[in-house]
Design a protein around this ligand. Structure first.
Ligand code: HPA
Ligand code: ZN
Length: 342
């Protein structure tokens, strides 16, 4: 790829809207936290951990993902995890990050909700103070567990209501359609939470429709399988429903055979409000700029496309009007300064 385009991609101000904090746990930090908590890992080195990251599908990843996060025990661990991600994102010129966390994967092994959220909060404050990055936190329900457990988790998080902007839905998609969680999403909506859901990653377009119509999702995480349903594509375009697409994740989890087969560019050409994100960067081989670079290389994206993706990321973010305007102005300034220079 030409150097100018590379510099444009890395330098452009952007928002990341689909990142699982637990999926940003790099093997090196995993070993550090295992030592801190006197836990044994089934691996001898960070390199050996990375060797194990060969996935067949979403479930084969999730099995390793839940195992990896078992080193997160104390408040400091959640703080270090979050701060490490936010500093790494800042290095990619991410100005705003909306981060998922999976509280049930922690409370289920005896780590209190309070420990998780207090650790994350400490890092958010410190990162914003150090770098100016703004953040939101989105609590995800694990869809392989029951709707009753999701509801109990929501209630458990209410003492920390101010820390949490929205709720989401993740984990094993096939066989766990959004309609199962319509009740808890309704309750979350009544409490003023913003709503997002993973849908159409491995699941069919009908799951995206359910996420919109039954769960009330405002944004669809992944959503790449919408392309199989032209009526749905037209609706997503008309209603400007954002899709938070994660190219490296989709290739690693075999949603597409290769990056050249990814439908990101087709979705953009169809007029959808697409964003590019890293999902679980420690597991899928890269952060947001790595995703943009890989997609650009394989799909032949240009500077205009990158500017559109960056603009979309701020349009789709849960930002107030003033903050959104400020971020978009910074983006426009970058684009026009860049054109003047080259
Ligand atoms: N899909 C579903 N659940 C997840 C993912 C994902 O890509 N990453 C972490 N949990
Ligand atoms: Zn995800």
């Amino acid at each position: 790829m030409n150097l100018e385009l590379k510099r444009f991609i890395t330098g452009i101000p952007k928002a990341e809207l689909h990142i699982h904090l637990e999926g940003s746990l790099e093997p090196e930090l995993m070993f550090e936290l295992a030592a801190r908590n006197r836990l044994e890992l089934p691996y001898r080195s960070a390199a050996q951990v990375r060797e194990a990251y060969r996935f067949r599908d979403l479930q084969s990843f999730l099995d390793i993902y839940y195992q990896g996060m078992s080193v997160l025990v104390g408040e400091e661990d959640f703080r270090d995890l979050t701060l490490t991600y936010l500093e790494r994102a800042h290095a990619d010129n991410v100005r705003h990050a909306e981060m998922f966390f999976d509280p049930q994967a922690h409370t289920g092994r005896g780590v209190p909700m309070e420990t998780v959220i207090r650790g994350i909060q400490a890092a958010r404050e410190e990162a914003e103070r150090r770098t100016g990055i703004s953040t939101r936190l989105i609590l995800c329900f694990l869809r392989h567990l029951s709707p009753e457990q999701a509801l109990a988790t929501l209630e458990e998080a209410l003492p920390f209501r101010d820390a949490i902007t929205g709720v989401g839905l993740d984990s094993s998609e096939l066989g766990n359609p959004p309609e199962r969680f319509a009740g808890v999403f309704g309750r979350a909506r009544a409490l003023g939470f913003r709503l997002v859901a993973h849908a159409g990653e491995e699941g069919p377009p009908g799951y995206i429709r359910q996420a919109l119509d039954l769960a009330g999702a405002e944004r669809i995480d992944h959503g790449v399988r919408c392309i199989e349903d032209p009526g749905l594509v037209e609706r997503l375009r008309r209603e400007r429903v954002p899709l938070t697409v994660c190219p490296l994740s989709n290739v690693r989890l075999r949603v597409f055979d290769s990056m050249a087969d990814h439908d990101l560019k087709r979705l953009m050409e169809l007029g959808l409000l697409v964003t590019v994100n890293s999902d679980d960067p420690a597991y899928f081989g890269g952060y947001i700029n790595d995703n943009l670079l890989a997609a650009t290389e394989a799909l032949g994206l240009g500077r205009e496309d990158i500017a559109t993706l960056a603009r979309n990321s701020f349009q789709a973010a849960f930002l107030g009007p003033k903050e959104r305007e400020r971020r978009l102005e910074e983006l426009d300034r970058f684009v026009s300064d860049f054109s003047r220079e080259v």
